[in-house]
Design a protein around this ligand. Structure first.
Ligand code: SF4
Length: 316
């Protein structure tokens, strides 16, 4: 358990922050494997993301150095550690690296950075300003798609009003952690935030939507569901990647088979690979013919299975 309120936490759900800092809730914490993997990848890729961004952005020998790696900064009762900052034309710019996904990055380009990153960025901008003793006005989030390595940069300008309201939020969070009461939930149970929250079970428990009881066939307007469009896009994009990968694999397979045929062999070995073709004899049960020949028997051994088939596709 962190013994201080982190700047990276202040944009998270207030209740989640409360859980994270109250000793009595530590045993109830249940990280998901996906959450742990995302966190580990973020930590592992941080240096690489900034190094690549720096090279692409500035190149050359006179490039401004990335300074302040892991420098400790404060914002109200919170503190945090910077990924770094650069001086551009004499002005310090906060840098923050994010290992992300293409759908999320596309979403940020369309709708701007999500609120929890905006909060984090504003906290770091203010904290770096206090550390350097002069105003800082910008943070750059450098995001890398974990799959393709593609980089995108997202700029966040200092906003005095947003900074002030965020500061009061940090004090309210600190008071709640110290004396309670537990803050209200800030997300719905089906949101991405709740899906990845380690206290999901404690928070929602029996109140979780019983999917079995959901009204089948009813399609709700999900425009305001946080993360819904992002996840649908992730699903469709991943399906397209799978199709592309499958097509690539099929092409490579056909090319290998053609080469083997040309050389009259079932296998081939080169420096890094050994390809072996094995003759396989398979006998398959022809259920269509069986159904035609023995319709009663076929019906007798049918087993009913109920499940929800998800169909996700782009509109228009
Ligand atoms: S499950 Fe959702 S509402 Fe509950 S603490 Fe976590 S993020 Fe907040």
């Amino acid at each position: 358990m962190r013994d201080y309120l982190g700047i990276s936490e202040i944009g998270q759900c207030a209740r989640r922050v409360y859980y994270a800092h109250r000793p009595e809730w530590q045993e109830a914490k249940a990280e998901t494997p996906e959450g742990l993997r995302v966190m580990a990848m973020g930590n592992a890729l941080e240096g690489l993301i900034l190094a690549e961004w720096h090279l692409k952005k500035f190149g050359g020998a006179k490039a401004p150095r990335i300074k302040g790696r892991q420098a400790e900064v404060a914002f109200g009762p919170c503190k945090g550690h910077l990924d770094g900052y650069v001086l551009v034309d004499g002005h310090a710019v906060v840098l923050d690296a994010k290992a992300s996904t293409l759908p999320a990055m596309t979403q940020w380009k369309r709708n701007g950075l999500p609120d929890y990153y905006r909060a984090q960025g504003l906290g770091y901008i203010s904290g770096l300003g206090a550390l350097l003793g002069k105003p800082v006005n910008e943070a750059i989030f450098v995001a890398m798609d974990r799959l393709s390595g593609r980089l995108e940069e997202f700029s966040l300008a200092w906003d005095e009003d947003a900074g002030a309201s965020l500061l009061s939020r940090t004090h309210a969070l600190a008071r709640a952690i110290e004396n309670g009461p537990m803050p209200d939930r800030e997300h719905e149970s089906h949101s991405t935030a709740c899906k990845h929250c380690p206290w999901r079970q404690s928070c929602w428990g029996a109140e979780e939507l019983d999917y079995e009881d959901a009204d089948a066939g009813r399609v709700l307007d999900a425009t305001d569901w946080p993360g819904f469009e992002e996840q649908a896009q992730e699903y469709v994009d991943a399906g397209e990647l799978l199709s592309l990968a499958k097509a690539r694999q099929d092409d490579a397979k056909a090319a290998l088979e053609a080469m083997l045929r040309e050389h009259g062999a079932y296998g081939g070995s080169a420096a890094g690979f050994r390809v072996t073709g094995t003759k396989v004899h398979q006998e398959k049960f022809d259920s269509k013919r069986f159904r035609e020949a023995q319709p009663d028997l076929y019906e007798k051994y049918q087993k009913a299975v109920d499940f929800v088939r998800l169909d996700v596709r782009r509109k228009g």
